[in-house]
Design a protein around this ligand. Structure first.
Ligand code: PLP
Length: 399
């Protein structure tokens, strides 16, 4: 038995999306063909970053940008991010209020490290992208879930949000378009959240990593709707809409009254200094490519839309599954399932029996119970095979 003691903090981390990776790999080693519908990585299928991004990365490496850069990120990249936010999302941000991170994942870690003490509360959606849950556990904060309403397309319940605010609340997290539900929030809902946050002087953390991935609906950035007394902490990055998950580049931006945001900026930067910098040559590449890219989005969205509609249709035909509202953004679908077993066991058994890897819904929060999350990233022929296997599994467990 090992004498090495493991921290209690690490024991509390539970990342549902990758939890059964080892099991999936062991199945593959035995010659099985696993269909991965668990991870939100377009690069696993027929997607590639825009050509300009790759060309600029090669150029940056050849030019010799191999050094550490500043902890807040290269000035050129922060300027390019300000340009992107302005042109895509109608958000005005001063580049000095942008911090470059190793993916939004590091942005979320930075947020919690800088803003929560033991016992503080964070208001997060139920269901939620797991990192907002994980870092609350990791930093001894209390995760307080606000309800989102499935029948209405998983839209936040503002009354419930209001009821859950206490003296200890540090911020309200909004994720739009939403992972795992694919919800895209109407303008009015975002305005109501901003009004509520202003009333209690709370920052709104808005994770908009799927900002351009919406289908037949309009996306509104929280910061574009903010009033002068709102404090917005924007989270975004290049993993999804630039199809560069492995580049690990994201950013945090701050918008609001100067006396509020300058303090936060210092706190965030204090944490980011401990990891020195984000990957320099890729920062150089993105800084140059942002001005030349964007045209890839049309094809990307139309490809995803076909796969989204196909997945929603197939799921609605499988007995035991229900999908009151189709996803409107991102690349996830979150159907309710009549499970016959708990959802984690369901996902494990589906992987073992039919080699289809989905994520169990309760990993995203209490309201995720009796749901599963699937990505609709694969081409239709792969999705077709996956749904045939899922259908067979459902027949088996209900017989
Ligand atoms: N936020 C949301 C809502 C996500 O879905 C993801 C990844 O799936 C992330 C953040 C993390 O993204 P990255 O660290 O690649 O920027």
């Amino acid at each position: 038995m090992s004498k090495i003691k493991i921290s209690e903090r690490i024991e509390r981390l539970d990342y549902p999306i990758r939890k059964y990776n080892a099991l999936a790999r062991s199945l593959e080693e035995k010659g099985e063909k696993v269909i991965y519908l668990n991870i939100g990585d377009p690069l696993k299928y027929d997607f590639q970053p825009p050509r300009e991004l790759i060309e600029e990365a090669c150029r940056a490496l050849q030019e010799g940008h191999h050094y550490y850069s500043s902890s807040e990120g290269l000035k050129e990249l922060r300027e390019a991010i300000a340009y992107k936010e302005k042109t895509w999302n109608k958000v005005d941000i001063d580049p000095k209020n942008i911090l470059v991170t190793n993916g939004v994942s590091e942005g979320i870690n930075t947020l919690y490290a800088a803003l929560v003490n033991e016992g503080d509360e964070v208001l997060i959606p139920d269901p939620s992208y797991p990192l907002y849950i994980n870092f609350a556990d990791f930093y001894d904060a209390r995760k307080v879930f606000y309800r989102t309403i499935e029948e209405e397309g998983w839209i936040p319940d503002i009354d419930d949000m209001r009821k859950k605010i206490t003296e200890k609340t540090r911020f309200i997290v909004v994720n739009n378009p939403h992972n795992p539900t694919g919800a895209v929030y109407p303008k009015k809902v975002l305005q109501d959240i901003l009004d509520l946050a202003a009333e209690y002087k709370l920052p709104v953390v808005s994770d908009e990593i799927y900002d351009a991935m919406v289908f037949n609906t309009e996306f509104h950035s929280v910061a574009s709707l903010a009033k002068s007394d709102n404090i917005v902490i924007g989270m975004n990055g290049f993993s999804k809409t630039y199809l560069a998950t492995g580049w690990r580049l994201g950013y945090i931006y701050l918008k609001g009254p100067e006396e509020e945001i300058s303090n936060m900026r210092t706190a965030f930067l204090g944490f980011l200094m401990t990891r020195l910098s984000a990957v320099t040559p890729l920062q150089v590449a993105v800084a140059r490519a942002v001005y030349k890219t964007g045209s890839h989005l049309k094809e990307l969205v139309s490809k995803l839309d076909e796969r989204r509609r196909y997945s929603a249709k197939r799921l609605r035909e499988i007995p035991g599954f229900s999908l009151p509202v189709e996803p409107k953004g991102a690349f996830y679908v979150f159907p309710r399932v009549d499970l016959k077993m708990n959802d984690e066991e369901f996902a494990r058994q589906l992987l073992l029996d039919e080699k289809v890897f989905v994520v169990y819904g309760s990993g995203f929060g209490p309201l995720g119970t009796n749901h599963v999350r699937l990505v609709f990233l694969p081409p239709v022929d792969v999705l077709e095979e996956a749904f045939t296997r899922i259908e067979r599994f459902m027949r088996k467990i209900s017989s």
